[in-house]
Design a binder for this molecule. Structure first.
Ligand code: B12
Ligand code: SF4
Ligand code: SF4
Length: 274
């Protein structure tokens, strides 16, 4: 594809994703992603088996390792806004995916069908779990220009802050990355995201640049401790209540995972979303 056609096609993809309901969308070239921090650092970290890790691996990939689908050249990343006033988008109902995640799955499925049927593009819908063939979505979103990694260790977008959820798919067409952005709100902030954590997950440096060979570490400086964060996730599961919800015939256990760091961030706070 000629450069001009690549640019036109990228715009068409982003427009289509938004028509399907995405809040934001962008493209990350896989060659750019292979050297992105999580892809390099995660396989060197002690293995993690807490909440958000899937016990069933699809093959013999090493802990933290990403193996790209055959023929994949670029990733399409979509984001769906999760504003503070719609907390139910993030709730787990029993083993059912949160409503926000279901929206993301629907959008990616729509994009896959459109790209296959109208453009004859080879697609792969990436699962959520890295152990099941997924990828590190925050790094992909940064390379795609959707925002930066804030000191909250989340993707922070200038308009929506960190209150976004992500999903991705690959295509077998080489497209240029649509980012990154030159944006860093944390330079001017009092780090309230770190201070609000009930488990003090940001209080100590646990990873260092000398040990991992990179300056971009969890929490940016290596001070986000996923094991402490996971302690809170376990508490949230244990304290989940069984409730009667309109969506389901029978009462279900509603898990409301902690979002204090995310909700404390002033960026995008109060943005009204229809
Ligand atoms: C496993 C997992 C968890 C685990 C472990 C978290 C961890 N970070 O290790 C637990 C259960 C603890 C967890 C907690 C949460 N999670 Co979580 N989690 C995931 C999952 C499945 C994989 C993440 C992972 O393993 N990353 C690898 C580790 C090693 O990387 P890391 O800690 O993020 O650190 C890297 C980055 O900071 C990056 N980095 C630092 N600086 C820079 C600079 C640049 C330029 C770049 C490119 C990168 C970069 O480099 C670091 C590595 O060196 C992703 C989905 C996915 N497939 O990506 C969701 C995901 C990251 N989680 C998400 C969310 C929202 C949460 C929670 C708020 C809980 C909730 N209510 O959903 C908390 C927030 C914790 C926090 N402050 O980071 C969202 C983030 C959305 C966003 N706006 O960023 C994701 C993308 C899922 C989704 N549905 O969209 N999570
Ligand atoms: S609260 Fe402040 S330091 Fe934390 S992510 Fe948001 S802007 Fe950055
Ligand atoms: S999600 Fe909760 S426990 Fe985890 S880092 Fe953020 S504030 Fe701390």
């Amino acid at each position: 594809m000629k450069k001009i056609e690549e640019l036109k096609f990228s715009s068409e993809i982003i427009t289509k994703a938004k028509e399907l309901g995405a809040t934001l969308a962008g493209i990350a070239n896989i060659e750019d992603l292979k050297s992105a921090p999580s892809y390099v650092v995660a396989p060197l970290m002690p293995p993690y088996s807490g909440v958000g890790a899937n016990k069933e691996r699809i093959d013999d990939r090493k802990p933290g390792e990403v193996i790209w689908p055959e023929g994949a050249k670029s990733v399409i990343v979509v984001a769906y806004a999760h504003p503070e006033e719609k907390p139910e988008l993030d709730y787990w109902y029993g083993s059912n995916d949160p409503i926000g995640n279901r929206q993301l799955i629907r959008i990616i499925k729509g994009l896959c069908e459109w790209l296959m049927n109208s453009h004859n593009v080879g697609v792969f819908h990436l699962p959520y779990h890295v152990e099941r063939g997924g990828i590190y979505l925050k790094d992909a979103a940064v390379i795609a220009g959707l925002g930066c990694i804030g000191k909250c260790n989340l993707l922070v977008n200038p308009e929506y802050g960190p209150r976004l959820r992500l999903r991705g798919m690959t295509i077998d067409i080489e497209l240029p990355s649509t980012g990154p952005l030159m944006y860093d709100p944390c330079r001017f902030c009092d780090e309230r995201c770190n201070k609000v954590c009930p488990q003090k997950a940001f209080d100590k440096k646990v990873y260092s640049a000398t040990e991992y060979g990179r300056n971009e570490l969890p929490g940016r400086d290596g001070n986000y401790n996923r094991n402490l964060c996971n302690v809170q996730m376990k508490i949230d599961e244990e304290t989940a209540e069984v409730q009667k919800i309109e969506l389901f015939d029978e009462p279900v256990r509603v898990v409301k995972y902690c979002r204090r760091c995310e909700l404390a961030c002033p960026v995008g706070k109060g943005k009204v979303i229809d």
